[in-house]
Design a binder for this molecule. Structure first.
Ligand code: FES
Ligand code: MG
Length: 569
């Protein structure tokens, strides 16, 4: 069959093959180097500093058993791991670094295929970007969500309840002491955030793209069925190599459009827009912002999950899981794209059933009839911006208000709660200098908190506009990913406090209502940091693309394939 790894190991009288074999032996049987056993890397993002992925070593063990069982050779490959809660200034600053490092290690090593183990927000995107660029046979095992914790008898939603409870403290309706006591209840078990945040969303995206064994996404991390699935994934990885089924054959344009339909139906994170654009960019699949609006249009919201709804990820799994949900929108899915199993995703839907239609709504009774992410344009965002209507207040989707402009998060923190801040509930809060180049790294600060004096009045949502992202666990009427960002000279840099801002989601517009030319005539306020002096940040700022192109590095677009031209000794 001509395995790629055999190019390292198979030369009989060759000094280099001797070196490759001798150093890898360490108890492996001779047959491991016979040239007919696929060598499968297990790209593992387990790390104590990525607490959501800390359990992946156990998952990796089950994958390895599956690889052995199918006649392959499993090889542990620890890769850069990004923990959403710990990394400063934002984990997003290193998504492309993790993707690049993983891509290079997959290509440089004697492997034939790879099983990708991720969980926390940036880990599955970076792994899929890497696998796309190398295009070796690959599949994903998502690490799974945690079980739901409770506080005072009420389920706690990861992330979402941190935002909600901390705003209650600021509003004076919850004591600080009670807030702090909820802390040990927030994370009940191994696994990633239990809301339909970015981690849960990207696990569902991996499945909708065809890159998991269908039915795996959303399996709770502590559930023994996850280990069973992991074993099966190891076996399948060996078969993928034998059949030469590569990511580029699975993640076709049709698969991306299926992912966009899925994103709307689950009420998934706006971050998926950026990640899917970046993955498509690696594969050379044509995909742009307008595809999200078009393919997501008219897709009903069926998952009653926080932050858009009420329940949490283990409820979704109990209720039938992603496949049961997708069965309701089967007519909107392209049946052509095949998954890693060789069968189309839609072939798995007939057996899926909804067991609790309070969690997974029937098509006839959706939470929202039209849940697709809306792509806005206008003189404030010539290259686009996004809003998630499912997480917004319906009455604010059409709104006109005075801008209150903040130059970066430090300015926001310094002035937001000042009693003298000239702001009311009709104002539009504008935050700039927080895009890919400006922060740098495009942090999740777009759901900026509301001024304390308005919270005290009972205001719980306002229109907000920024070049930042927001956490997938957050909610509100927030216009995100404004492109070009202020630090790239976008119109956001020319807006001033007091300007009238007009949001019209139905018309897909975000504008500042000023006479033509007035905005352009102003000097831009170039907030954000100076060009970094060295290192990754320097490379990142010099090469990162805008949000409408996935915020990848410009020179990482396209696939490099798996070929390595030269030997090492
Ligand atoms: Fe890791 Fe939310 S912090 S998934
Ligand atoms: Mg996040």
């Amino acid at each position: 069959m001509g395995l790629r790894s055999a190019r390292w190991y198979s030369g009989e009288d060759d000094r280099n093959s001797y070196i490759h074999r001798a150093w890898m032996r360490r108890g492996l049987p001779e047959s491991a180097f016979g040239g007919d056993r696929p060598h499968i890397a297990i790209a593992n993002t387990a790390s104590d500093l990525t607490p959501c992925n800390a359990h992946l070593d156990e998952v990796a063990e089950s994958v390895a058993h599956g690889v052995w069982a199918a006649g392959g050779v499993p090889l542990d490959l620890p890769v850069v791991s990004l923990g959403e809660t710990n990394l400063r200034p934002t984990a997003m600053l290193w998504r492309n670094l993790a993707a690049m490092a993983t891509e290079e290690m997959l290509r440089a090593n004697p492997i034939d295929g790879v099983v990708l183990l991720g969980g926390c927000d940036k880990t599955i995107p970076s792994l899929l970007m890497a696998a796309s660029s190398v295009d070796l046979p690959a599949l994903v095992v998502p690490g799974g969500p945690m079980l739901t914790g409770h506080f005072r008898g009420v389920p706690l939603a990861c992330g979402t309840d941190v935002w909600r409870l901390s705003e209650e403290v600021r509003a004076g309706t919850l004591s600080r002491e009670a807030f702090l006591r909820s802390e040990t209840s927030m994370v009940r078990s191994r696994g990633h955030c239990n809301t339909m945040g970015t981690a849960s969303t990207m696990a569902c995206m991996a499945e909708a793209l065809g890159m998991t064994i269908p039915g795996t996404a959303g399996t709770p991390a502590p559930d023994s069925r996850l280990l069973e699935r992991s074993h099966a994934a190891g076996e399948l990885a060996v078969e993928l190599v034998r059949r030469e089924r590569r990511p580029s054959q699975v993640m076709t344009r049709g698969a991306f459009l299926n992912a966009i339909v899925t994103l709307a139906a689950i009420g998934g994170s706006t971050n998926a827009v950026i990640h899917l654009l970046a993955i498509a960019g690696r594969l050379g699949v044509p995909l742009d912002l307008d595809d999200f609006d078009r393919a997501g249009a008219g897709v009903p919201l069926l998952a009653d999950l926080q932050p858009a709804g009420r329940h949490l990820m283990d409820d979704l799994y109990r209720a039938g899981g992603l496949l049961a949900l997708l069965r309701e929108v089967e007519d909107l899915l392209d049946p052509a794209p095949v998954t890693v199993t060789g069968r189309p995703l839609t072939a798995y839907l007939a057996e899926a059933e909804i067991w609790d239609d309070g969690v997974i709504r029937r098509r006839a009774e959706p939470l929202l009839p039209d849940a697709g992410i809306a792509v806005l344009r206008g003189n404030l965002a010539p290259r686009g911006a996004v809003i998630k209507p499912a997480a917004a207040s319906p009455e604010l989707l059409r709104h006109r208000g005075r801008a209150v402009v903040f130059d970066g998060v430090e300015d926001l923190r310094a002035r937001l709660d000042a009693p003298g801040l000239d702001v009311d509930e009709t104002s539009v809060l504008v935050l700039r200098g927080c895009g890919p180049k400006g922060y740098p790294g495009m942090p999740e600060v777009g759901n900026l908190p509301l001024p304390a004096k308005l919270l005290a009045k009972g205001v719980r949502d306002m229109v907000r506009v920024s070049d930042a992202r927001m956490s997938g666990t957050a909610y509100g009427t927030v216009v995100l990913h404004v492109a070009p960002e202020a630090a790239a000279g976008g119109p956001l840099a020319r807006v001033r406090t007091g300007d009238p801002i007009v949001l019209d989601v139905a018309a897909r517009r975000i504008d500042v209502d000023l006479p033509d030319g007035e905005l352009a005539a102003r000097d831009p306020v170039m907030t954000g940091h100076a060009r970094p002096a060295r290192g990754w940040e320097r490379l990142y700022v010099d090469h990162v693309t805008q949000a409408d192109r996935g915020a990848d590095l410009d020179f990482l677009a396209g696939s490099g394939g798996d070929a390595v031209g030269r030997d090492s000794h």
